[in-house]
Write a protein that binds this ligand. Structure first.
Ligand code: ADP
Ligand code: MG
Length: 677
């Protein structure tokens, strides 16, 4: 048993789930699968691992818990560790970049992706005695696939008499997709436990009219009104993205004349930003207690919707929108769209006002608009590229992917396209008979060992043959980390030398990334330099960790000692002309189906007949090479297509490097026909 300090014990007693401890443990003891539903804030994440621990479920192995987001995994581990007075090894987190588990680990909080990749070396998860899948309602791809896999693992472990307990936790009652799914639970639907929430009443009011354009201004008018008219209590404002969070704070609140608007002019207001890539030091401010009485205004993206609980929120201002990156697995186009949230999400947002006392939620849209919202957000598996999912599943030996017990079956065409791509990338064998793809190849296994998508996996796998690993690793790491550089490249353009070199080089945008990583790593004052060039310093840390991680994977595969020594160094030389050409060919090998030909006036033609332009901030935008290879196809709000992260290739390179995309005519003099499909 754990001896918790009395103040922690008292805080726990306040949580609704505490009174259900016995029921939860009984259900887990009697069933291998249990589904647990409870409002956000009822104590699922922080308490259920502790229940299992105290009931001795860690005797057989660790208690593992998965979260869809890294930020939730680290903060849950930290909170549980604190409440249990344990060390960082005993209650550890394990995310893509950081594995704190040791032999002493009793509770391990991971991202869902981490657990999934552990299953490739230990399918039965023999290290674990119980697995908790948290935030299952978010329906992330990894969580969905884990649930499918784990239902099989639990049955296998039962047969071998080394039972594994699976607890699926969800903040909403949207659980029919799980429990009524005969593929997942062919025999008996798992028991569902509902945690009575001790939610205080929240009075929700709709706007009479919906502000369609400047909803940010509407939000600020509402904040002022709350501050003038309502009693003390913090305000949580939901906006759509990080740019809005920051913009708001700078432009609106600094010019906010409190003395003239506030009735209670003695109560100052303090605005705090919150978004998922916020530096951890600033995240702490959200939870901090302030010495003087203030009204906190937390301006947040939807990270505050379910995964983080902010203390003291009494008012919620809901713009009703969020920004989603939407990917069409059919056309391969990505776009950021600001769109209406779902009814379930709106109710979640409102609920955040009733955590510590009765609260109010101000919706900046009318009830008629609300009625038109979708009931629930779409599962991620319907909106993301599926090539890494397909490769991962093949690596598990799953031959017919469409027979997998998916929580929601992905689009069949999207699945077929992903399988075909994996065949083209050489990761899967050509199909037999009616299958779309065959089993995994040796190259596919190597590709799958890397913590990146199959395209990048292929690039990394091939680069070791050409002594280009150190460059390829750095570029791939920089391409993979989200929002490493400012989207407009404004500050980087000011680095004249880097920009000029890259615009001359065939490597184009890839050379920019490589130079930025190289320059920051060799800078004498990295922090000053990093902020001067507009690179996100947390992002750069991720790049560094990812480089180390990939190097670690590579090390187990290469034999050349010289190269291994070189790889471990953080500093990067500039690649020479020959190396640049080879790197262009390597990246072509990963993106052979993403080619565009210059037709006229900066307009590029894709093999599908679509037209697009090079993304304006690309170093190649002005140069307009004859043929480019791009990594991402984006559509803006006007419906124009832009090609992002581009480098130059030649027709000769295409024919030589990716002949599988090129059809030759019998007539020798005719040009080869390029066909991405
Ligand atoms: P659920 O998973 O059901 O949403 P949690 O277990 O995350 O609930 O949170 C339960 C309560 O624990 C929250 O209401 C909050 O008061 C408290 N809590 C969680 N994380 C922290 C933290 N990092 N610091 C302080 N309090 C926290
Ligand atoms: Mg939770």
């Amino acid at each position: 048993l754990i001896n918790r300090p009395s103040e922690i014990q008292e805080a726990r007693q306040e949580l609704p789930i505490l009174s259900d401890e016995g029921t939860v443990l009984e259900a887990v003891a009697e069933n291998d699968f249990v589904v647990l539903c409870g409002e956000t804030g009822s104590g699922k994440t922080t308490q259920v691992p502790q229940f299992l621990y105290e009931a001795g479920f860690c005797v057989r192995g660790m208690i593992g818990m998965t979260e869809p987001r890294r930020i939730a995994a680290t903060s849950a581990a930290e909170r549980i560790r604190y409440e249990m007075c344990k060390t960082e090894a005993e209650v550890a987190h394990h995310i893509r970049y950081e594995n704190k588990t040791t032999k002493e680990t009793q509770i391990c909080v991971m991202t869902d992706g981490v657990l999934l990749s552990q299953m490739s070396s230990d399918f039965l998860l023999s290290k674990f005695g119980a697995i908790i899948i948290d935030e299952a309602h978010e329906r992330s791809i990894h969580t969905d696939v884990l649930i499918g896999m784990l239902t099989r693992v639990v049955m296998l472990r039962r047969k071998r008499n080394i039972p594994l307990k699976l607890i699926i936790m969800s903040a909403t009652l949207r659980i029919d997709d799980f429990i009524a799914n005969k593929k997942l639970f062919p025999n008996l639907a798992p028991p569902v436990l509902k945690i009575e929430s001790r939610q205080y009443p929240v009075t929700t009011s709709f706007a009479k009219q919906t502000e369609l354009r400047d909803y940010i201004a509407a939000a600020y008018r509402k904040i002022c009104k709350i501050h003038r008219e309502e009693p003390a209590g913090s305000i949580l404002v939901f906006v759509t993205g990080q740019d809005e969070v920051k913009l708001d704070l700078d432009e609106n609140l600094s010019s906010f004349d409190l003395s003239s608007t506030a009735l209670d002019a003695t109560l100052p207001m303090r605005a705090l930003p919150l978004y998922s890539v916020l530096p951890p030091s600033e995240q702490k401010n959200i939870f901090a207690e302030f010495e003087e009485p203030i009204r906190k205004v937390v301006v947040s993206t939807n990270v505050a919707e379910t995964s983080l609980t902010i203390p003291g929120i009494k008012y919620v201002v809901d713009t009703g929108r969020h920004k989603a990156k939407k990917f069409s697995p059919i056309t391969g186009v990505s776009k950021f769209e600001i769109e209406w949230i779902s009814q379930a999400a709106a109710d979640q947002r409102a609920g955040r006002a009733g955590r510590t006392g009765p609260g109010r939620c101000f919706r900046l849209y009318s009830s008629a608009v609300f009625q038109d919202f979708a009931k629930f957000p779409p599962p991620e598996i319907t909106m993301k590229p599926l090539d890494d999912l397909v490769l991962g599943m093949k690596a598990f030996g799953i031959e017919e992917i469409k027979n997998f017990p998916f929580v929601t079956l992905p689009d069949e065409e999207a699945l077929t396209n992903a399988e075909k791509l994996c065949v083209k990338l050489g990761a899967l064998k050509r199909p037999h008979k009616r299958q779309v793809s065959g089993s995994i190849t040796a190259l596919g296994k190597t590709m799958n060992a890397f913590p990146v998508s199959p395209r990048f996996g292929r690039i990394l796998s091939l680069s070791s043959q050409k002594n280009l690993l150190k460059f390829a690793i750095a570029i791939v790491a920089a391409c993979t980390v989200r929002e490493l550089v400012d989207a407009n490249n404004e500050k980087i353009k000011a680095l004249k030398e880097i920009w000029a070199d890259a615009s001359k080089s065939q490597l184009g945008d890839l050379l920019i990334l490589l130079s930025v990583v190289g320059a920051t790593e060799s800078s004498k004052e990295p922090e000053t330099f990093i902020s001067a060039i507009g690179v996100r310093s947390q992002g750069l840390k991720e790049v560094r960790k990812l480089r180390r991680l990939i190097t670690h994977v590579v090390r187990s595969m290469i034999v050349n000692e010289e190269e291994e020594k070189e790889l471990a160094e953080r500093k990067l030389p500039q690649p020479g002309a020959k190396e640049c050409t080879l790197l262009c060919e390597l990246f072509l090998a990963g993106f052979g189906d993403q080619i565009a030909f210059h037709s006229e006036e900066g307009e590029f033609k894709l093999p599908t007949g679509e037209k697009g332009k090079i993304y304006p901030s690309s170093v190649l935008a002005k140069k307009r090479p004859n043929i480019i290879c791009y990594q991402e196809k984006m559509e803006n709000h006007k419906g124009n297509t832009y090609l992002k992260c581009c480098h130059e290739v030649t027709a000769e390179q295409i024919v030589r490097i990716v002949p599988e995309y090129v059809t030759f005519n019998r007539n020798k003099n005719s040009t080869p026909k390029y066909d991405a499909n």
